[in-house]
Ligand binder design. Structure first.
Ligand code: ITT
Length: 198
């Protein structure tokens, strides 16, 4: 079974395929079908996006030779710093493009210990002919004091140290990040659902 993943971010496809690799009959393929990112929670964005993409891909024949009945997923993620009341949260994409990681570190320059606590959250929206289902995952940790990367990962990965680790996600190979990440947890839930379906 092929799962069509509507995203502009190829890192998400790479991670999803690593996480789902033990499901031999399932592979994830990127489709380009931008959807309006409504202002709202990750759950609201994913639910809206999944419905929108399903309708577009299945009834308007965008890129499918046999357009009817293909299940699709979208995924909305955010980086939440607890002492900043969850900022950047649902603004993560915009903040990554403007303030960048340097800006987040600047906002936290006087903060120590628990005031540097943060988490990533992912919400997968799956849509088939029965409607939308959501699958969520969170990973908790700390914001590092400086940008630290060995060239792995993307976006906020170089300032996030997951609990139980002393490396940032960007210092871990994608396979290692994918053992513990927010995306791993959300896809594990999705995997259970897929296994029950078959
Ligand atoms: P889509 O096309 O799937 O929306 P995106 O990159 O815009 O891709 P999101 O809106 O879900 O993804 O993500 C919001 C921001 O958080 C954006 O800057 C992402 O690059 C970043 N992000 C998402 N997942 C991440 C992860 O696992 N590690 C670090 N940053 C992440």
């Amino acid at each position: 079974m092929k799962i069509y993943f509507a995203t502009g971010n190829p890192n998400k496809i790479k991670e999803a395929n690593i996480i789902l690799k033990d499901l031999k009959d399932i592979s994830v393929e990127q489709i380009k079908c931008p959807y309006p990112e409504i202002q709202g929670t990750l759950e609201e964005v994913s639910e809206f996006g999944a419905k929108y993409v399903y309708e577009k891909m299945n009834y308007e024949n965008h890129g499918f030779s046999n357009p009817v009945g293909k299940p699709i997923i979208v995924e909305d993620s955010g980086f939440f710093v607890e002492s900043l009341n969850g900022f950047p949260g649902t603004y993560s994409k915009y903040v990554q493009e403007t303030l960048r990681n340097e800006g987040i570190l600047k906002l936290l320059e006087d903060k120590e210990g628990d005031d540097r606590r943060a988490y990533f959250k992912t919400v997968i929206g799956y849509c088939d002919e029965k409607g939308v289902k959501l699958f969520k995952g969170i990973v908790k940790g700390m914001v590092s004091y400086e940008i630290r990367s060995k060239g792995y990962g993307f976006a906020y990965d170089s300032i996030f140290i997951p609990d139980g680790e002393d490396r940032t996600f960007a210092e871990m190979k994608t396979e290692e990040k994918s053992e513990i990440s927010h995306r791993k947890k959300a896809f594990e839930e999705f995997k259970k659902f897929l296994c029950n379906m078959q």
